[in-house]
Design a binder for this molecule. Sequence first.
Ligand code: LHQ
Length: 261
Amino acid sequence: MAYETLLVDSAEGVTTITLNRPDKLNAFTTTMLGEMTLALDAAEKDDAIRAILITGTGRGFCAGQDLGDRKVISDDIDLGASLEERYNPLVKRLRALPKPIICAVNGVAAGAGANFALCCDIVLAAESASFIQAFARIGLVPDCGGTWLLPRLVGHARAMALALTAEKLDAKRAAEWGLIWKVIPDAELMTEATALARQLATQPTRALGLTKLALQASSTHSLDSQLDIERDAQREAGRTEDYREGVAAFREKRVPVFKGR
Ligand code: LHQ
């Protein structure tokens, strides 16, 4: 399908979704949010797709909500409704989708754009990329899960200062603080992110999906209930073809060939 605001390409088990409004630093529009949902739907439904890679074109990753849209300051504005209808379902979608989602942050990630990136499972960033909780600069509150994610990723003190000052955090420090997984030299970002996504696409997809969901659940569960989640996930993983293949390959001293089922 043809998208207006995204480039979507699938190869070697990976769907790559590229935000494509470079003149606006890939700021989110209603169309882009809708198209992102469609692209994620298609990637989820296709059994041949076993990992998703998200990035942006141009010098920015995503500058958050498009502030040029007349509707964002109309008299009867209800930004809560905008979150409820468009942003929050997208965040929940990224978190619940049972396939690994890698984000390659190619440039500045601001506002909802920063937190959208942080909702992905593994975040790589170019050396020149940065993260800005830009909300306070325009009189808003961090959204797209920022108030939940930030303290869990970097601790209360850093989360609070990032949100209240809206200071730019460069990629190197973001990695040092544990906000993201790795910093990559700009010229190598897409090669490395694509290689990682393709490698994950050869892995036992159902186990990876269950792992992702179990780790996410841990922030709101006790050890007891987390042990229950692990039990149920392991029961399901233990019934996959990939588990049998993994054990067979180990016994036969060969590299496993996982099929994602
Ligand atoms: C933009 C944007 C942008 C439109 C750069 N929109 N054009 C809010 C409301 C509704 C519901 C849900 O949630 C939200 C959450 C949010 O996301 S609020 C936060 C919105 N984002 C921001 O406040 C960030 C605004 N952008 C910036 O502060 C800067 O552009 C950053 C720091 C990201 C980058 O600065 P520079 O590298 O100096 O680039 P620039 O400012 O020159 O931007 C380049 C172009 O992109 C420029 O267009 P122009 O036609 O003048 O060349 C900007 O107007 C445009 N642009 N962000 N969000």
